[in-house]
Design a protein around this ligand. Structure first.
Ligand SMILES: NC(=O)c1ccc[n+]([C@@H]2O[C@H](COP(=O)([O-])OP(=O)(O)OC[C@H]3O[C@@H](n4cnc5c(N)ncnc54)[C@H](O)[C@@H]3O)[C@@H](O)[C@H]2O)c1
Length: 387
């Protein structure tokens, strides 16, 4: 017998709306779900965004004070989709109130905040989740099975990258993402967090790294308050400095001996959302790119073809059948959030921490910390525990 679970969402920008839509879709996509999300309250300091969310998603209440979400007795899950500078205070308050927490990556502004957030939630004994949504593409999950089943052999090479063009226009607005005090690091936290998590899932822990970074667009027009997203392009007006990096890259050595690279950028031309990996083992290889998320290329040495074959996503692969009954009827970005939300709700239903929770975010943060240290030390840095 399904029961309702009260949801509160804080931050109704791009991600808040995506999360809200995902909760709404659970009963349709997962009719057997033990938990049916009830959208109780949403918060945003811009009242118009709350109203839009209430009108389109059907929240019962709205507030411009996020603490009312945490304190609301009808809310069991606090969903944090606010800028990174707010993650720590919000998780602290939610955990103290005994609420389960879904926090968007990168979970705080820097590795120290991620570690503090992880500790706080663990001490409170609440269940946690992190928005590493690219994991949930059906063909990414299939790749995970290929690795686990030994189809690719021992992993020897891994290349992960996220080449985004969301800020490639020099007049792209200076949203919170481009300010160190609001976001923490730039492309490192925003994009390499996804890349490192994917690599952890597919190739295992990272032993050491050496990295580099660059800032290509040094100032941007100030974003009008409460308007647009980080894709918005400004039309003149005051410009202010960008205070975090546009590009981060690293050579990577994995615990299992595999070698590879992580590379991310937010101002690149040509690619728009190329969150991609290439993984090679002693028996085969696989490569995937979110820009063609419904395809996976697989190579097996000694197989019938001496080259990669292309698989098309379909109900044979994890999660796809909840959206479409046939192969090559593709999924999109928002669908990954629905799959992700369902995994989180399932972990709450069975009362067991699932993956990726804050522990996985902390493991990612430790890799990012080592990359950042190498920027100043100019040498290989071993990945070390934080906090
Ligand atoms: N997993 C992913 O693929 C993915 C994609 C984009 C963003 N994110 C993450 O999601 C989070 C939000 O990013 P976004 O792109 O939606 O940003 P956004 O700027 O579009 O939205 C943030 C919202 O938070 C609101 N806000 C700011 N201060 C607030 C406060 N004090 N109280 C309540 N609301 C407040 C803003 O008004 C805005 O509506 C970030 O942590 C980001 O890294 C994850």
């Amino acid at each position: 017998m399904a029961s309702q679970i009260g949801i509160g969402i804080i931050g109704m920008g791009w991600m808040g709306m995506v999360h809200g839509r995902a909760y709404r879709q659970i009963p349709q996509r997962f009719p057997d779900s033990e938990l049916i999300p009830d959208l109780i309250v949403c918060a945003d300091d811009v009242a118009a965004r709350c109203e839009q969310a209430r009108n389109t998603l059907g929240f019962t209440r709205t507030t411009t004070d996020w603490r009312e979400v945490v304190d609301d007795p009808d809310v069991s899950v606090v969903n944090i989709t606010a800028p990174n500078r707010l993650h720590l205070d919000m998780v602290r308050a939610a955990a103290k109130a005994g609420k389960h927490v879904f926090c968007e990556k990168p979970v705080g502004r820097n590795p120290e905040e991620t570690a503090e957030i992880t500790r706080t939630a663990a001490e409170a004994g609440v269940l946690t989740w992190v928005g590493y949504n690219y994991r949930w593409a059906p063909l990414v999950q299939h790749t995970r099975s290929l690795v686990a089943d030994g189809v690719l052999g021992d992993i020897t090479h891994y290349r992960g990258r996220f080449f985004a063009g969301y800020a490639n226009h020099p007049d792209g607005v200076l949203s919170w993402r481009f300010r160190r005090e609001d976001a923490g690091s730039g492309a490192l936290g925003d994009l390499m967090s996804h890349v490192a998590d994917m690599a952890h899932m597919l190739a295992g822990p990272v032993r050491r790294v050496i990295g580099q970074q660059a800032l290509f667009v040094e100032d941007r027009p100030v974003a009008p308050a409460g308007e647009g997203t980080h894709f918005s392009v400004g039309t003149g007006g005051k410009r202010e400095p960008v205070t975090n990096e546009d590009y981060a890259g690293a050579l990577v050595e994995f615990e299992n001996g595999a070698r590879g690279t992580f590379e991310v950028g937010r101002v690149i031309q040509g690619t728009h959302c190329q969150m991609a990996f290439e993984i090679h083992g002693t028996k085969g290889a696989a490569r995937w790119d979110f820009e063609r998320m419904n395809e996976l290329q697989v190579y097996t040495a000694g197989g019938p073809h001496d080259g990669f074959v292309t698989l098309q996503s379909g109900p044979a692969y994890p999660g796809h059948g909840h959206f479409n009954p046939g192969p090559a009827l593709g999924l999109g970005y928002d669908d990954l959030k629905v799959l992700e939300t369902n995994h989180f709700l399932r972990s709450i239903a069975v009362g067991r921490q699932g993956e990726p929770g804050f522990s996985e975010a902390k493991a990612v943060a430790e890799v990012l910390a080592a990359v950042e240290h190498s920027w100043s030390s100019d040498r290989w840095e071993t990945v070390q525990g934080i906090g």
